[in-house]
Design a protein around this ligand. Structure first.
Ligand code: NAD
Length: 296
């Protein structure tokens, strides 16, 4: 068996196109969606992520504002900036690029963001709404995984979805998305983590196996049931002397051998990654639409 490759780039482009049409419609109503990105310090990966997100905004017609702060900015100063953005009616979405420097309490910062501008979906208010099945901002990577499945025609209802990883940004929200009594969900869900016993055995029971742990080539073919769908959320940097940069990006899945067992699989890069940015555009448009509806 050779797995069908799920093309995250193409699906993300389709979603961005839909977001672009919605932006046009909002502009006709007199509002241009605006995303404020807060970048603290000089971490290379964070700078790249923020740059990609801002470029995506530009392509779909969302205004993007960058607020870059020095690595030694104090927590009160950062909270003051968040407060300013919360109170700026021209700003619809606030994105604080994580991780933050160690002296800043990330939870405090996330909780300071107005939930109606929390386009990353990390605020406990939005997480709570997600858990009880209410409309909310869903965190971008898990929401992107669901869209990949939906738009690839992969049925989730009644399937056993096994997720490796229980982080607040991927594993836990993803489990809460696919377990809902909603379209594109209704799955039976197992969350695995670093203390899980018999991981291989549990993974082999998955109809849909989703890996989000951050270890290259961790998922081997003997962990995959023949014909299962494999979604690789991991992004890992490994040395690659033959590339210009000296490194390359790989997922958590040992791609070649696993694609001989799975029925469908996402590549890295070009799978889940582009979906995260596309869903951020969707959430920003939604924030602008909600602000407009509240005002009218
Ligand atoms: P994290 O480090 O916060 O969480 C990793 C999780 O994996 C933990 O819950 C841990 O319990 C679990 N884990 C670790 N070792 C394990 C093992 N041996 N067996 C079972 N479980 C184990 O990571 P995260 O922020 O959730 O990110 C996970 C991966 O996804 C990373 O590679 C990250 O770069 C990537 N990521 C990608 C995107 C994207 O847009 N594609 C977005 C976010 C994160």
């Amino acid at each position: 068996m050779t797995a069908k490759i799920i093309d995250g780039k193409a699906i993300a482009a389709q979603i961005r196109e839909e977001a672009k049409n919605e932006v046009e419609a909002l502009k006709d109503r007199g509002v241009t969606p605006c995303l404020a990105a807060v970048l603290v310090g000089d971490v290379a990966a964070s700078k790249v992520y923020v740059k990609n997100k801002r470029q995506a905004c530009e392509k779909v017609g969302i205004t993007s504002v960058l607020r870059a702060l020095a690595a030694d900015v104090s927590e009160p100063e950062l909270l003051k900036l968040i407060d300013e953005l919360n109170n700026d009616p021209a700003v619809h979405g606030i994105l604080v690029q994580l991780p933050l420097p160690k002296h800043i309490d990330e939870t405090k910062v996330i909780e300071a963001i107005d939930p109606s501008k929390d386009v990353d979906g990390f605020h406990p208010f939005n997480v709570g709404r997600l858990v009880i099945g209410l409309d909310t901002f869903r965190s971008c990577t898990p929401a992107g995984v669901q869209q990949l499945l939906l738009r690839s025609g992969i049925e989730v209802a009644g399937k056993h979805v096994v997720i490796i990883g229980r982080s607040n940004i991927v594993g836990k929200p993803l489990a809460n998305i696919v377990v809902q009594k909603q379209k594109g969900a209704n799955a039976t869900v197992t969350i695995c983590h670093s203390r899980t016993k018999n991981l291989n055995e549990i993974c082999r029971q998955a109809d849909i196996l989703i890996s989000a742990l951050g270890q290259p080539a961790f998922v081997k073919p003997d962990m995959v049931k023949p014909g299962a769908v494999v979604i690789d959320v991991g992004i890992n940097r490994i040395d690659c002397p033959s590339s210009d940069k000296g490194y390359k990006l790989v997922g958590d899945v040992d791609f070649e051998p696993v694609s001989k067992v799975a029925s469908a699989i996402t590549p890295v890069p070009g799978g889940v990654g582009p979906m995260t940015v596309a869903m951020l555009m969707v959430n920003t448009v939604k924030a602008a639409r909600m602000a407009l509806d509240r005002a009218s």
